[in-house]
Design a protein around this ligand. Sequence first.
Ligand code: NAD
Length: 501
Amino acid sequence: MTDLATHLARLETHLARFRDKGILNLIAGADVAGDQWFETRSPVDESLIARVALGDAATIDAAAKAAKAAFPAWAALPGDRRKAILHRIADLIEERAEEIALCECWDTGQAWRFMSKAALRGAENFRFFADLAPGARDGQSLPTKDHLNVTSRSPIGPVGVITPWNTPFMLSTWKIAPALAAGCTVVHKPAEFSPLSARILAEICHEAGLPPGVLNLVNGMGEGAGRALTEHTDIKAIAFVGESRTGSMIMRQGSETLKRVHFELGGKNPVIVFEDADLDRALDAVIFMIYSLNGERCTSSSRLLVQDSIADRFHAALTQRVNTIRVGHPLDPQTEIGPLIHQTHFDKVTSYVDIGKADGATLAAGGMRQGDKGWFIRPTLFTDATPDMRIAQEEVFGPFLTSIRFTTEAEALQIANGVAYGLTGYVWTNDLTRALRVSDELEAGMIWVNSENVRHLPTPFGGVKASGIGRDGGDWSFEFYMETKNVAFALGQHKIQRLGV
Ligand code: NAD
C-alpha cells in the first residue's frame, strides 16, 4: 500500500509540467493560452498549484465555433466508431487513474480513499455510454390504420457542459460521455476552483483519437466564460451541475437563445431512521453519506430524521463515531476527511456553526477548525434541531449533519418534504409496508431503502423541486442530448379532405 510520502513524490512528477506551462485551454485540438491568467491553489496549504489560462467571451466564441465546425462529421460518424473511441478514452483513464486521483485530491482536498475510486468511475461512465452509442439514434415504430409513424433521434448540436468543483472528474465524465456518445460536440467550462483534472480529461480524449473540436476546454469564471457559454447562439443546450441559484441564472441567461437546459442542483437530503431499523447498518450509512467526500456531495444525507424512541441511543453512538473520524492530508490513505475546497467555502460552512448555535440546536461534535493551515474542519454534528432552523433548511455542503427528532411516520414525512430541495432520500426500516408508503410519499428524484447511495448507471439520476430539471443515465441522457423526429408514412389511400372543389 502506498503512503503519504509516496503519493506526494508521485504528485510532484505530475504537477511539474503544469508549473512550467500553466493549465491551458484546448480549442480545436490546440493549446490556447491567452493574455490573462488566474491561479489554482491547494486547499491543503494554500500553495500555488499552477496558473490557469483565463477564458473570456472571445475564448468561448472560438471554442463554440470549433464545436460547430466539428459537429457534422462527428454526428455522421457511425455509432460503432464513436463507441470504439469512447472505449479507448476509458482505457486511457484507467491507465492514468492514479495521476488523475492524485491531482484531484491536491486540487480539491478530497481524500484519496474516495478519489481513487472516482477516477475509475469516470472510466466506467465512458464505457457505459460507449456501449449505448450504436443504438442512440434508435426510435419507435408507432403504426395506425392509415400511417406508419417512425421516430428517430439525432444529436442536438454543439452543447455546453458546466461543472462544479466537488468530484469534478467523475461529474465531468458523467456529462461529457453521453454527449459524445449521442454525437454532440462539447465546450466544457470546469469550475474555477478545480481545473486540473478537466485538462487531463481533454488531453486523454485527444490522445484516444477524438477529432479536434469535438471536445473543447475553456477555463474561466462563472460570470465570464460560463455566462458567455450559456448565451452563445451556436450552443444548443447546457448541461449544468452546480448550485440551484446558479441554475436560475443560467436559465435566464439562456432564455434569449432558447437553450435547452439540464440541471443537477443542490440538495438537503433526509435520511429517516425508524425505530425498527437495523440500527448498526443505519449508523454506518448515516455517517458515510454525510462525512465521506468531505460532505461536499449533492446526494449527501445532510438531515438525519430519527425516531424519538431511539434518538438518545442513536445520537450517543453517532457522536462517539463522529469524534473519531480522521481528518488529515487528503493524500494520506488513512484520511477520511480532507480540507474544504477554498476559504470562501470554509467561511460558509463555519458560518453555519454559529447559525446553528444561535438558533438553539445542540452542537454535539466538531464545529471547529483543525490546525492553522489549510481549510480543515472537524466533522460537525448538531442534534435536537427543529425543522424550521436554517441548518435544517439550507444546503451547507460540508461535513455537517443536522439531526431532528420525530415521533410518527406522518411527522417524518412532513419534515422530510418540508424543504425547497428534492434530490435524494434514504429510509431505514424493516417494515416493508412502511418502506413502500414512505418511499412513495417522499419528494425526491432518487430514494434508497436500507441502503446508502449505491449507483447503478442505467437508472435515472436527478432531482425534483429546487434540486434539478431532467434526468441522466442510460436513455434519459440521450433524450437531453438528442432531438426526436417523427415521420408518418401513408400506408394507402386514406381520405384527404378536399377543399375548394
Ligand atoms: P456553482 O453553481 O457555484 O458553480 C458551478 C459551475 O457554474 C462553475 O463552473 C461556475 O464557474 C459556473 N457558474 C457560476 N456562475 C455562472 C453563471 N452565471 N453562468 C454560467 N456558469 C456559471 O456550484 P459549486 O459551488 O461549484 O458546486 C457546488 C454545488 O453543486 C452544490 O450546490 C451541489 O449540491 C451542487 N451539485 C449538484 C450535483 C447533482 O447531481 N445534483 C452534483 C454535484 C454538485
